[in-house]
Design a protein. Structure first.
Length: 489
């Protein structure tokens, strides 16, 4: 009994010691495990290389041409003096909006005004000549009228002869027709007589045919009588026609005088028309002394003031259409060969933090132009390089860009939209086929061969070898990349 109690008491004393050892061992185990993990990670970290890593994304790749240009308004133009004139009055101010046809300037040219006055004097003289020649026509018409009245009777007789000849011809025709008709009716009567003898037709039908023949004979006799009467009348008229030769000559002379007078009128009228056309041209030239707006526009600059004298070709003012903004460029011949109409463009004012605007190539000149043709020579005496003029139109007028200011234009001559693309410095090309360094799932560097497409200034299209989301390393001279090296991002 005592022995059992002693053993039980010993066990009771042993239990607290075990607990104490257990509590003490757990932290030691945790510490040792943590130390082992630290040592392992430390060794691993000491082998990893820090390198710039980026994810592959889709992007727009462009090949661009950059060129400086000058901003202008649509249809911007300078109106020039038509001759040596004086500015009488300027009717507009800078920044004014004007409508097409609106008067802008009044100019004065005394020489043109004097020329117009002299032409008016010539026209008045010619109008008097026309009136005088028309009076001659009236006088000639009166003389002709008198001569025609004297010749009226012989003329009437001649008309009667013509009329009588017509009547005679008609009556002779009637005789021929009556004879032909009579012959037909006689033939018909003969046929009826044969039928009547056989009893095929009644007797009264035969009698009607005989009556018709008698009527035809009467018509024939009347026609023959009328022809004889016509012949007698015609002979009488021809006898009376023999007189009146002198009267006819008088009429001919009067007609000749009338034609000559009319010809003089026509000539004087033609000359008057010519003078009036010349006068209208001079008046139009004088009217051009009103300088009008050729388009709806905004006044950009005025070079003259009231009373200024200007020479032919001097600029009076400059205007343009604010609803349209364009950039004039001078492209090098190599760049111009890549540019096409409607290619997209970006426009910026030259300077820091400038806003960007979009546009399109509107036109490109088909020929390169050298300043040598205008006498321009570059420094050193050599002729300057030929340039190709081009125009870029902004998609929307900005209203803020100042005409005449210098802008930077970037034209996208080739473009691939939303393709897999990487920065150029990420592509290694010194080992034959291009490749990029990628970070695999284990965080280690690995070479991936790629097929490249369109190459821009910053990025290049990757046609195969990469996909969106892949991690790529951008090599730098101070990083020695090798396959399998751990990468620390």
């Amino acid at each position: 009994m005592n022995f059992v109690r002693i053993i039980t008491k010993g066990k009771t004393k042993f239990k607290p010691g075990v607990k104490w050892l257990t509590l003490l061992g757990i932290p030691i185990i945790i510490s040792v495990g943590g130390w082992l993990v630290y040592v392992q990670n430390f060794n691993k970290s000491s082998d990893a290389i820090a390198a710039p890593v980026t994810k592959v994304k889709r992007s727009n790749v462009e090949v661009t041409i950059n060129q400086g240009g000058t901003l202008e308004l649509g249809n911007q133009q300078s109106l020039k003096a038509p001759g040596e004139v004086t500015v009488e009055k300027v009717l507009v101010k800078v920044r004014d909006r004007v409508k097409a046809g609106q008067q802008l300037l009044i100019i004065r040219d005394k020489e043109q005004q004097n020329s117009l006055d002299n032409k008016d004097l010539e026209i008045r003289k010619q109008e008097i000549a026309v009136v005088r020649n028309r009076q001659k026509v009236i006088e000639a018409q009166k003389k002709l009228s008198v001569a025609q009245k004297e010749l009226q009777e012989p003329i009437k007789q001649e008309l009667e002869i013509d009329k009588q000849n017509l009547t005679l011809a008609r009556n002779r025709q009637k005789i021929a027709e009556a004879k032909e008709k009579l012959a037909i009716e006689k033939k018909k009567l003969k046929n009826l007589q044969a039928l009547s003898a056989r009893g095929f037709i009644p007797r009264d039908e035969l009698e009607r045919q005989e009556a018709t023949i008698r009527g035809n004979k009467v018509e024939l006799r009347e026609a023959e009588f009328q022809v004889k009467t016509n012949i007698i009348d015609l002979k009488r008229l021809q006898t009376e026609k023999e007189r009146g030769t002198q009267l006819k000559q008088s009429v001919l002379d009067a007609q000749s005088a009338l034609e000559e007078a009319r010809s003089s009128v026509d000539s004087s009228i033609s000359e008057l028309k010519r003078l009036r056309v010349e006068r209208d041209l001079k008046a139009q030239t004088l009217k051009n002394n009103i300088v009008s707006a050729p388009i709806d526009a905004k006044i950009l600059n005025i070079k003259v003031k009231d009373g200024n004298g200007v020479k032919p070709g001097d600029i009076l003012l400059t205007l343009g259409n604010p609803a349209k903004e364009i950039v004039k460029l001078q492209l090098g011949t190599l760049d111009a060969g890549k540019v096409r109409v409607n290619q997209p463009a970006r426009i910026k004012i030259i300077g820091p933090n400038s806003e960007e605007f979009t546009g399109k190539v509107q036109s490109i000149h088909p020929q390169a132009i050298s300043s040598e043709s205008s006498g321009g020579v570059s420094s050193g005496g050599s002729s300057s390089q030929a340039k190709v003029p081009a125009t870029v139109k902004l998609d929307k007028p900005t209203g803020s860009l100042i005409p005449g200011s210098q802008v930077s234009v970037e034209i996208a001559v080739q473009q691939r939209k939303q393709v897999v693309a990487v920065n150029l410095e990420a592509v290694v090309r010194n080992e034959g086929k291009p490749f990029v360094w990628v970070v695999d799932k284990e965080g280690k560097a690995r070479k991936i061969n790629v097929t490249l497409g369109l190459e821009g200034i910053i990025q290049v299209e990757v046609k195969s070898g990469l996909k969106v989301g892949d991690k790529i390393i951008t090599p730098t001279p101070d990083i020695a990349l090798k396959p399998g090296v751990s990468i620390k991002e």
